[in-house]
Design a protein around this ligand. Structure first.
Ligand code: 5RP
Length: 267
């Protein structure tokens, strides 16, 4: 056992090798928003389900608005400093350090890189430097592979998503967060030597769509989710989490998970 393995186990469940991570770091760029306006309330309600393996959160919200009965893993976001009011959301910089993350009790650090954006070079250099700093302490780095706004269409292009996932790993990330592509996502996973997890993006039309997306990604080899809006903006976040947990850790089919969702809603 070593520090890297130990910390990865706080994120990825040993029994399944998969993870259900809830992202609540959106406020750093988007401000207060539905579902995480009252972050403490959201965290408390979702923690009570016992389904959340780890949280992706900023240092500020972790310090002021985070309280759980359980002891989930913590992935501290260490890049940011760009908002929707500014010129470009891709212009992120480093906002924390591995030392600060460790002092706050985090198990891993997350940094974004924006492939194909004007800030691709700088954000990849930041990713690589943070990987070096993290690995000095055996702390895993989550590479959040974003895209420039002008590249939104490319979110669905498996070649482009595969490029981002591979590039993140090449620059030292130990886990990759990226977008699910309905076709050829298995190729995205095959080209990346570290676990690939999916973000959700903007809210799907229905919870069933969210379940289908997660199931598709798992079938193609994803190791779980680092997801926000599709969970905490759902009309039934706790029930949905139980169903998502069924997909990720109990290998449920979509139909079975959807049945569980209905049962939880009606209980
Ligand atoms: C916000 C992020 C989010 O953590 C990420 O996009 C996952 O959330 P969602 O499922 O809502 O897309 O990087 O800055």
């Amino acid at each position: 056992m070593n520090g890297m393995e130990w910390r990865l186990r706080r994120i990825m469940k040993k029994e399944t090798g998969r993870s259900l991570v809830i992202a609540v770091d959106h406020g750093m760029a988007l401000g207060p928003m539905s579902g995480i306006n009252d972050l403490k309330g959201t965290v408390t309600a979702l923690d009570a389900t016992g389904c959340v393996d780890a949280w992706l959160i900023t240092k500020g919200m972790y310090t002021h608005s985070f309280e759980t009965d359980g002891s989930p893993g913590i992935i501290m976001r260490a890049s940011g400093a760009a908002t929707i009011a500014g010129p470009d959301l891709c212009h992120e910089g480093i906002t924390s350090s591995v030392e600060e993350a460790l002092s706050l009790g985090a198990d891993a650090v997350a940094v974004s890189a924006f492939i194909g954006s004007e800030f691709e070079h700088q954000t990849l250099v930041d990713t690589a430097n943070m990987a070096t700093a993290c690995h000095r302490y055996n702390v895993p780095l989550l590479g959040v592979m974003g895209l420039g706004k002008t590249n939104e269409g490319m979110k669905k292009d498996p070649k482009f998503i595969a490029l981002g996932a591979r590039v993140g790993a090449e620059h030292g990330a130990d886990i990759i967060k990226t977008y699910y592509t309905e076709t050829d996502f298995d190729k995205v996973v095959a080209g990346c030597p570290v676990p690939v997890m999916i973000a959700g993006g903007p809210k799907c039309e229905t919870d069933l769509d969210t379940l289908k997306m997660i199931h598709g990604a798992l079938q193609d080899g994803a190791k779980g989710i680092v997801m926000g809006r599709n969970v905490w903006q759902s009309p039934h976040p706790a029930a949905l989490l139980a169903a998502v947990n069924g997909l990720i850790h109990e290998n449920m089919a979509v139909k079975e998970a959807n049945q569980l969702l209905e049962e939880k809603i009606n209980s």
